[in-house]
Design a protein around this ligand. Sequence first.
Ligand code: CA
Length: 364
Amino acid sequence: MQISCVSAYGIAGKCFIVVDTDEGVSGLGECSPMHSPTIGRFATEVLAPKILGENPLETDRLWHEMMLSTYKLGAQGIQPEATAGIDIALWDIRGKVMEQPIWALLGGKYREKIPMYASIGGGAEMTPAEMAERVDAAVARGFRGIKIRMDWGAGRQDRGLDKDLAMVRECLKITGEGVPLSFDANNGYSVSGAIRQGRRFEELGLRHFEEPVAQFDYPGIAQVADALDIPVSAGEHEYTRWQFRDLILQGRVDIVQPDVVKSGGITETVKIAVLAETFNKVFLPHQTQPTVGTAANLHICASLKWCDWPQELPPERNEALEGIFEHPLEFYDGHFVVLDRPGHGLVIRESVVRDAELYGRAEA
Ligand code: CA
């Protein structure tokens, strides 16, 4: 079996990869959607020539062919994000050829269904009451946890600590004892601001404190993590096992958060999971893409013994996006059932692919 074609499509604002083989089996992958057309072109113009004509079942060898031969184009960002889309498609092909779900190829599943938490962004622009309203709707949908995100970015530092705290208190009135609440500073505090705020979060019983300071400030992350008891997390801006090694050893986070559509796909994310387990860190992937990205993440999480925290999902349904698949993931009672269909289990409708924006294509 040989890889015969790699295509990148823009569909409903997302970047999907389709890998075809000479035996008629195809795989579907997804890349991080930021700068989608550029990532799609990178996948088809730069990475595809490395794997055309190769055996799609050799996922680890092809991962290294793609990543190690294109490293001068950046080991952070577009290169691993484009690799991720192709890698997920290759795992989908592996599953279909072997007639097994990806969780089985990864060694089996520890759980039948995965609890989900709602990840609610835009906090910086909202009043506490507005955020509480969003939280209320998510709790009503049955989510098993809530995270409120501030979307600040690095370099903001500490304007409005009291407002952030007021928002947390307002949301806690909704979540109460039953639904854990987490806070994501999106890199927006100084070290001292994060430590002061983190102490208040500890008193209030928050579940975890995400990206308290700038993502590139490993010594600062370490200072915050060392000072606080509340678990401190980061990782959505890291891409490979080597960057996660540094985040763990230098940043000393308690929770590591790779994203399968960013950090090189399934092949690399399971290696990062082993690293997290070895260092006794909580493995809690970042994941904002509710279809293929989430499906790939569910297979990984199901196959890991210690990965039992609720997983990230946007709070509202995206019916237009769900509608592009023959059988979308079904959110029920705060969970997704781990799919038993071959591959990751999501099949895109042919008519959708026909009408999609083609970012690029490479053929053998
Ligand atoms: Ca985050």
